[in-house]
Design a protein around this ligand. Structure first.
Ligand SMILES: NC(=O)c1ccc[n+]([C@@H]2O[C@H](COP(=O)([O-])OP(=O)(O)OC[C@H]3O[C@@H](n4cnc5c(N)ncnc54)[C@H](OP(=O)(O)O)[C@@H]3O)[C@@H](O)[C@H]2O)c1
Length: 242
């Protein structure tokens, strides 16, 4: 009998966030989705998310911890599903002028964006090589443009993008579609709406990226035919200055 197909989304936070929207989108397509985040309450609420198709399972793990990452993939192996897509969505944007930051600040951004992406890719690729599939990364404006006070975040996000590009060139010819999505604007989710309400409100109608629409673009990338693979797409609201 053919195995059920699964998708892993790493970096899943609150209900109104891209991580959860990605889990729902792929579950609705019939996949068994494993969502992974650090917060136990968020993972419990993820498991209780209602979807009309597929199933969602929440796994508590920190993507910067090598043992946690190995355990996440062990859980997928134990489920005996065929892993078809891995989405690296973890992010920890933070801003500081250069002379105010210490090594810990710089390293914290690098740990989540670059080291976590490395650890996850090393586990994901051998599994995806078995049946083909996609490895997708969530990028940001900072992935391709550095600007203070986001210099440290840009150094980390551009490292993640470079990792993705190298993997795309190495493993594309072996059947793994590696792609990077540049989110050029602010996401209409809890992360910004709750922390910076005035800034979020100032964006006006359709001035923020809708989480459901972003998730649709990830699904589109995953479904692209082998003859027409994108490495990168950028998504921005119509009114964004760029
Ligand atoms: N929000 C925006 O406006 C925006 C703009 C451009 C690009 N992006 C990118 O979009 C992606 C999603 O960001 P989001 O802000 O909308 O958040 P989100 O999708 O709601 O959730 C992403 C989650 O990643 C989790 N995470 C952070 N560090 C982690 C770690 N070490 N291990 C496991 N999970 C971890 C965070 O969980 P915790 O709750 O544990 O912190 C966060 O909630 C990120 O890659 C971000 O760089 C966001």
């Amino acid at each position: 009998m053919a195995k059920e197909k699964s998708v892993l989304v790493l970096g899943v936070g609150p209900d109104q966030g891209l991580g959860v929207a990605l889990c729902k989108k792929f579950a609705e397509e019939g996949y068994t989705v494993f969502g992974c985040g650090r917060n136990k309450e968020n993972m419990n609420s993820l498991e209780n998310t209602s979807v009309s198709n597929g199933t969602i399972r929440g796994v508590v793990a920190d993507v910067t911890n090598p043992d946690d990452v190995i355990n996440v993939f062990k859980k997928i192996d134990e489920s005996e599903t065929q892993l078809e897509s891995v989405i690296y969505n973890a992010g920890n944007n933070n801003a500081k002028p250069f002379l105010d930051m210490d090594l810990a600040f710089f390293q914290d951004l690098w740990e989540v964006c670059a080291k976590g992406a490395f650890l996850v890719s090393q586990q994901a690729i051998p599994r995806l090589l078995e049946g083909g599939g996609s490895l997708l990364f969530t990028g940001a404006t900072a992935s391709i443009r550095s600007r203070p006070p986001f210099t440290a975040f840009a150094a980390a996000k551009s490292a993640e993008r470079s990792l993705a590009q190298g993997l795309s060139k190495e493993f594309g010819p072996q059947g793994i579609h590696v792609a990077h999505v540049i989110i050029d604007g602010i996401i209409d989710g809890d992360k910004v709406n709750l922390r910076f309400p005035d800034f979020a409100n100032s964006k006006g109608e359709d001035g923020k990226l809708d989480i459901e629409s972003i998730a649709e673009n990830f699904l589109m990338l995953h479904k692209q035919k082998k003859s027409t693979w994108s490495f990168e797409i950028d998504l921005r609201p119509w009114s964004e200055n760029w």
